[in-house]
Design a protein around this ligand. Structure first.
Ligand SMILES: [Zn+2]
Ligand SMILES: [Zn+2]
Length: 119
């Protein structure tokens, strides 16, 4: 049962506004507010092609991202998925990854997250 404890606290996005070509302004349910960079969003695309996946104990590791791909950082659409995630469609065809709210929060650019990302 304890395994499920960490799910009790659920982040929620209250408002997501694109404020410029490169940036979103995100307001969270817990009162937090911070910017999310479009390039960061794309670089942390959670789809299987970017992130890799494990199927039947075989781990697929994606090739290094080619950041020169045309349209890579062009956002075509944003869609809310259920009550837990957002879907972003990118100009290079990536649209399958679900950005859960927890994932989005980890990309917050205000400095509240650990700086492991190398951004
Ligand atoms: Zn992807
Ligand atoms: Zn933050």
């Amino acid at each position: 049962m304890e395994l499920y404890q960490r799910r009790i606290y659920r982040l929620k996005i209250k408002k997501l506004t694109q404020i410029s070509e490169q940036q979103f302004d995100v307001i969270w349910d817990d009162g937090h507010r911070g910017p999310v960079d479009l390039r960061v969003l794309r670089d942390f695309c959670p789809c299987a092609g970017c992130k890799g996946e494990t199927v039947l104990l075989k781990t697929y590791v994606p090739p290094p991202a080619d950041k020169q791909t045309p349209g890579r950082y062009k956002l075509l659409s944003v869609e809310k998925v259920g009550g837990y995630a957002m879907k972003f469609e990118w100009g290079d065809g990536h649209s399958l990854g679900l950005y859960t709210w927890e994932h989005l929060r980890s990309l917050c650019g205000c400095g509240c997250q650990s700086s492991e990302k190398g951004v």
